[in-house]
Ligand binder design. Structure first.
Ligand code: NDP
Length: 290
């Protein structure tokens, strides 16, 4: 029986995810580094803005920070409560989950790597996909709280498996985004109407999330709304490349896409959305994808 839940990290994802919890649980703690955001969340949604040490006393603790390094630094400064289950929704590093899970078990607690996909709109609609690695029993215990935030909730394996699936998923998205940006640049160079081209592609075998949503809704209309920062995508593709390296495999498409996303991230303006990968192709070709 879950009595209390907490959410740590009220960023683009966490702020929206944590908003659903008070509808289902009486005690919902929130904590954010910039504490004004936690207070604002409490005012807006009826959560309780508390200090970090109190937040981690909850039965289920969700977190959503940029990187595993941020999570590890935060966990190093707290006392883990026996019996608690930490559900880390950060898109993190598998080796970090493999390090943290036994650390929690020494305190009779559990750490699940539980990254999400579905973007900020999925966080807002509670329709996220969760890919979860770690102890099966803890997963089942935390499930009623996770179900408040997600639609497809899948246990994918041991600690680190959730982070691995997320990294590969985002790598596939990056590959498709690069390929689709190149494809549309080529079509524009040949005088083709890109809206008409996308209509055809999206009814054909070349379609992907990049052609169906990212390019039409962010690039062609020149909006590039900041919902998922480009450096976070570069972090994810970097994790995928590390997975390739540690498995001693060769994955040329993954390596190339990582290089492209990293260059896009290094050369983009500050606070650029991930869709600005397309702008890198525009600057190389002098062709605007619109
Ligand atoms: P944001 O940058 O919007 O938010 C980051 C949050 O983490 C903020 O609350 C920030 O606090 C906090 N934070 C940053 N560094 C630290 C630190 N060292 N210690 C404590 N708190 C810290 O990121 P997102 O919400 O976009 O992303 C969070 C995670 O979710 C990332 O791993 C990302 O890859 C993943 N993700 C993002 C998606 C998206 O569409 N945005 C979709 C799916 C996954 P403060 O307010 O004080 O800066």
């Amino acid at each position: 029986m879950i009595q209390s839940v907490a959410f740590i990290g009220l960023g683009a994802m966490g702020y929206r995810m944590a908003a659903h919890l008070p509808k289902h649980f009486d005690t919902v703690y929130v904590w954010n580094r910039n504490f004004d955001k936690a207070k604002q969340h409490a005012n807006e949604f009826g959560t309780l803005a508390v200090d970090l040490q109190q937040a981690v006393q909850a039965d289920i603790i969700f977190s959503c920070l940029p990187t595993s390094a941020d999570i590890e630094a935060l966990i190093a400064g707290i006392n883990i409560r026996a019996g608690s289950i930490w559900v880390d929704c950060t898109s993190g590093v598998p080796s970090s989950a493999k390090h943290l899970a036994p650390l929690f078990q020494q305190q009779n607690a559990f750490y699940l790597d539980a990254p999400v996909s579905g973007q900020t709109i999925g966080a807002e609609n509670a329709s996220l996909t969760f890919m979860i690695g770690g102890d099966q029993h803890a997963f089942k215990q935390a499930l009623p709280a996770i179900q408040v935030l997600g639609k497809l909730i899948q246990h994918v394996g041991e600690s680190g498996a959730g982070f691995a699936v997320k990294a590969v998923n985002n790598m596939l998205m990056a590959v498709n985004l690069c390929a689709a940006s190149e494809g549309l640049t080529v079509l524009k160079a040949h005088g083709v109407d890109l809206h008409a081209a996308l209509d055809c592609i999206n009814a054909s075998s070349g379609k992907s999330n990049a052609t169906e949503t990212i390019l039409p809704q962010r690039v062609l209309n020149r909006s590039f709304p900041l919902t998922f920062a480009l450096p976070l995508l570069a972090k994810d593709t970097g994790i995928a490349v590390d997975l390739v390296r540690t498995a001693k495999l060769s994955a040329p498409v993954i390596s190339l896409a990582q290089n492209l996303v990293q260059v896009a991230s290094d050369t983009a303006e500050e606070n650029s959305d991930f869709s600005t990968v397309a702008k890198m192709y525009e600057s190389w070709s002098n062709i605007t994808i619109e």
